[in-house]
Structures are given as C-alpha cells and as structure tokens.
Write a protein of this length. Structure first.
Length: 227
C-alpha cells in the first residue's frame, strides 16, 4: 500500500548562501495492508522528513513514493489533495483547526470530505470523542481553547474518523495518560484489522512494541550510509 523506492532528499538553505544539506539517500520501505511499521532512528535522522515526503509536503529529489498506486513524488497538487481526502490520513502531533468550528464538526469533517453521510459522520465522531474521554460538554465548543492533551485526543479522533487505507502517525501516544494511550493503541489495532497500512513514529517503546509488526531505522537512509 505504501512503497518508498530509492528516495533522496536535500534541503537548500536559501538564507544561508544556498547551502545544500543532503539528509536522505536510498530510502526504501514497504508497508502492506494490515501492517504497522515503526520508523525509528535518533533525533535529526530524518523520520519526520520521510513522513512529510510520503504525505506530499516535501518533494523528494529522486526516487518513487507510491501510496495506493499514486506516485506522490510526481503527482499533481490536485492528485495529492484527492489522495489525502480518500486514501492517506496523517495524525500529526498538533491540532490545526479553523477557529470557532465545534469539536464534533472538526472530527466528522474528514468523513464528510470523503463523501460520507452527515448523520453517520457525526455518529462516528461522537463514538470516537467518547472513547477518547473528551467530556460531552466540550463537543459543541471549538477545540482551540482545549488543554494540550485534549487537543491531541481531538486530533487523534479526527485522524481515525475516516477508514483511510493508509495512515501516517507522528507520535500518536506522546503525552497521553495510560488510559488514553490504551485507547489509541486499540484504535491502531482496529485500523490494522480492517486492512490499513500504517507507518508511525513512536518514541514510546512500549507502545511501539504493542502495535508495530517491525521497525525501519532511518539511519540506513543517511547519505553516505545507504547502500
Ligand atoms: N525544512 C527544512 N529545512 C532545512 N533542514 C531541514 C528541514 N526539515 C528538516 N531538516 C533537517 O533534516 C534533518 C532531519 O530532520 P527530521 O525532522 O526529519 O528528523 P527526525 O528524525 O524526525 O528528528 P526528531 O526525532 O528530533 O523529530 C535534520 O538535520 C533537520 O535539521
């Protein structure tokens, strides 16, 4: 479902005399349907950069990144938007929302964008918010004023609302208490069981061991190290 082949990436620092920093070379990995793969590697090794290339935020310098049959490295912006609507979800560490939109709508929105019926979308949003222990009294309020942990849980509810065939997770259990962490691990297991291909960064080794089938260390993709 996700296939990265021979991907390289450099950053050009335009404000520092155009210095070119190669950060990745020969990156390759595959995530099959129903599988959860952990991206590991020390800080600064390139985990987030690889995730951003797969999501289409950063352009790969070379190689191919296939998600559900589309080569993200060569896709048009319109194709990437369609991919994000229907195929590829991304749970980032932080919630970014339009101000004044109620939490229920924030969580239901990906389902509506994918063509889901409104009643079913709201029902799924309610189910997820309840499971993630967001008090019902908050559901009609905008999450912009919520606590950090509440915002993170709303973000997770939003990321798991639609049954994306592929999912990128950036630290989905960071700073959650044990009970909510278990809910997130259960959501990941459910997504795997319905056939989602999941690639995630988990600094929490216990969480990683609980849901990931294998690990890929991005150190292998460091320029000069790659075969
Ligand atoms: N937009 C950017 N412009 C320039 N350099 C960047 C940019 N994004 C990342 N880098 C550099 O690329 C390298 C990899 O960074 P990245 O954020 O992918 O690491 P990471 O493995 O996710 O680290 P962490 O675990 O600390 O989040 C770092 O040296 C970083 O400075």
């Amino acid at each position: 479902m996700i296939r990265v082949s021979d991907v390289s990436k450099s950053f050009v620092l335009h404000n520092q005399g155009g210095a070119v920093i190669p950060v990745m070379a020969g990156a390759r990995l595959r995530v099959a349907a129903g599988e959860c793969v952990a991206l590991t590697g020390e800080s600064g090794a390139g985990k987030s950069t690889l995730m951003r290339m797969i999501y289409g935020n950063y352009l790969a310098a070379s190689g191919a990144i296939e998600v559900g049959g589309l080569d993200v490295a060569r896709a048009t912006p319109r194709e990437i938007l369609a991919l994000r609507r229907e195929v590829l979800g991304y749970v980032s560490q932080f919630l970014r929302v339009v101000p004044r939109v109620p939490t229920l709508e924030v969580v239901a929105e990906p389902l509506l964008a994918a063509g889901g019926a409104r009643a079913a979308a709201l029902e799924r949003a309610e189910e997820l918010l309840a499971r993630l222990n967001i008090p019902r009294a908050l559901w009609e309020l905008s999450p912009t004023t919520f606590s950090g942990g509440e915002q993170q849980r709303v973000n997770i509810a939003r990321g798991f609302a639609h049954a994306y065939p592929a999912l990128l997770l950036d630290e989905p259990t960071a700073s959650l208490d044990a009970a909510n962490r278990d809910v997130v691990l259960e959501l990941i297991r459910e997504a795997k069981a319905r056939g989602a291909a999941i690639l995630g960064i988990f600094h929490d080794a216990e969480a990683r061991a609980a849901v990931c089938d294998r690990e890929v260390d991005v150190i292998a993709f460091t320029p000069g190290v790659a075969a």
